[in-house]
Ligand binder design. Structure first.
Ligand code: SAM
Length: 258
């Protein structure tokens, strides 16, 4: 049925028709929407998307798949197929992003979309289940990480449903989740974003260690201790115990003291 799928490009095609439809229904698309599809593959989603929206911009890095998509959709004026690496693609209009992402670059793709968030209305993506669980994770869980904080800072995040590995061909080694990221219209108030993310990243490099010890390479220990006390947080608190709002307040206090 297919050309030999290229493992190195994360080509696991969503062959289960029910899940294809479930994904499209969950995106709640309107006929005025423009969809940016990442990794169109064999048009498993493209052919459904096309019926729902004003325009589909479908990106595909694989030349063979690109030419076959071009041929199949030649007569469709509302589909634009582009042979490009998503990480090099600049979004130029407001879009809803949809895609079954290639697993090997899911994290850089999410970062790339967050960088271009002013053009992104909503993101609907299938990713590896473990990564989805890390993204939506709450404090005090083992999945909670600096990446959870980063993605949650810019988006409301929700796993809409899980997808079993046997819905794909070839069958991957892991299950997937379908995730919705809704960019926050009013991001949380923070004095210095670079400082916030430096604190978060450094803290989680040693997640089992007491925060004030890990951060002392970045900030004087006294400043950290005072800030924790002001926030009524324990002096022996560990990074996984802090909510994103705690990190924001902590970084704002540290900003005023540095
Ligand atoms: N949309 C199809 C589906 O739902 O079955 C294919 C999904 S498959 C998991 C990922 C697709 O992304 C593949 O077609 C692959 O060739 C393409 N891809 C891989 N890396 C890419 C990149 N950097 N930029 C754009 N597309 C890429």
């Amino acid at each position: 049925m297919y050309e030999k799928p290229q493992k190195k490009l994360g080509q696991n095609f969503l062959v289960d028709k029910n899940i294809q439809e479930k994904i499209i229904e969950s995106c709640d698309l309107k006929n005025t929407d423009v969809v940016l599809e990442i990794g169109a593959g064999n048009a498993e989603l493209t052919r459904h998307l096309e019926k729902k929206v004003k325009k589909v911009i479908a990106l595909e890095i694989d030349k063979k798949l690109y030419f076959s998509l071009k041929e199949n959709f030649e007569a469709f004026s509302n589909i634009q197929i582009i042979n490009i690496d998503i990480l090099k693609y600049k979004i130029k209009q407001k879009v809803i992003v949809v895609g079954n992402l290639p697993y090997y670059i899911s994290t850089p793709i999410i970062e790339h979309l967050i960088k271009q968030r002013k053009f992104v209305k909503e993101i609907f993506i299938t990713i590896q289940k473990e990564l989805a669980e890390r993204i939506v994770a709450s404090p005090n869980t083992k999945e909670y990480s600096s990446f959870s904080c980063f993605v949650q800072f810019y988006n409301e995040c929700k796993i809409l449903f899980h997808i079993k590995r046997n819905c794909f061909y070839p069958v991957p080694k892991v299950d997937s989740s379908f995730l919705r990221l809704t960019p926050r219209l009013y991001p949380k108030k923070v004095k210095d974003k670079d400082l916030l993310f430096k604190i978060i990243r450094t803290s989680f490099q040693k997640r089992r260690k007491v925060l004030k010890n890990t951060l002392k390479e970045l900030i004087p220990q006294e400043t950290i201790q005072n800030a924790l006390a002001k926030l009524n947080l324990s002096p022996t608190i560990r990074p996984e115990n802090l909510s994103l709002d705690d990190f924001i307040e902590l970084s704002n206090l540290i900003y005023h003291n540095t």
